[in-house]
Design a protein around this ligand. Sequence first.
Ligand code: R5P
Length: 324
Amino acid sequence: MTCLPGKYLEESSLNIDFICPIQKVFLKDVNTYIDYKMYIVPSSTAYGLSEKLASILSADISEVERKRFPDNEMYVRVKEDISGQDVMVIGNTKNDSDLIEYLLLLNAVREEDPKSLTAIIPYFGYARQHMRYHSGEPISSKVFTEAISEYADRIISVELHNDQTIKYSKVPFINIKIMNPIYQYFKNGDIDYIISPDDGGYERARNLANKLGVESYYINKKRINSNTVQMDLPNVNYKNKNVLLVDDIISTGGTIIRASQMLKDRGVNQIGVCAVHGIFAGNSDKKISDIATNLIVTDTIESKYSKITIAGEIASALLNKIRA
Ligand code: R5P
């Protein structure tokens, strides 16, 4: 996507608050240029994505100093003067140290009194504990959403595991669904079926299949007890078919590895695997690659399998929000 000042100015009735965030924009009615900057403050988990987003938005990336104190506590410092500016802090909250870095960056920006602060969290960790499953447990996603919304004016995240997390926020929270970039990646592929490894993810698989004009199914996943999960493949012809498994997260890889193995045992020709978030705990990427023909994830968590970028989707959400 490109940033078109003329278009945004027309739609915005020349209200400067609504202007496309490019560094210099042309106000055709008053025949002048004004300076307008948007800053991205990247956490160490999102450099690549920050660069892509900066290039789409013509935003500046702020330098961040990071070090550890002698007792190993984390230190960060945003080196740009961002007071009075529109600032986005981009980073994941996958690991505990990612979370600490992210919260420190948010506070560092807030203390500088920016014009606005948008928290962009491509992969929102701890979102799978969005409720209490047993007494005595915390609601982890509530803890971190509340903390983030103390500092941010708005939060943007991508394909949260469950929408319940949004409800814990005290500020507007946009949960972007990534469909178009995935469709663009696979639109010329030779795929017979799209399969979701469980019924919870079937809507995603069905939407993609509808766009691609192929059939879609889901695997019936049933928990038998705390150690055993039963997975039953839909009853269709797999012999020499090309199947794409689509899921939201690959964490330990257990779900996808088992589904891929079952498909292989049924004589599938090519097994593609695509997920929005690739965590790949415990070298599960290697185990998946041993069975599947293709392993593709987006760059919400950057890895060598990140062949699909979500930068355009984040830019659209951001510009729509700024103009709203
Ligand atoms: C389950 O509800 C999710 O959609 C994923 O299938 C699951 O979180 C993947 O986890 P793992 O890779 O550990 O099997």
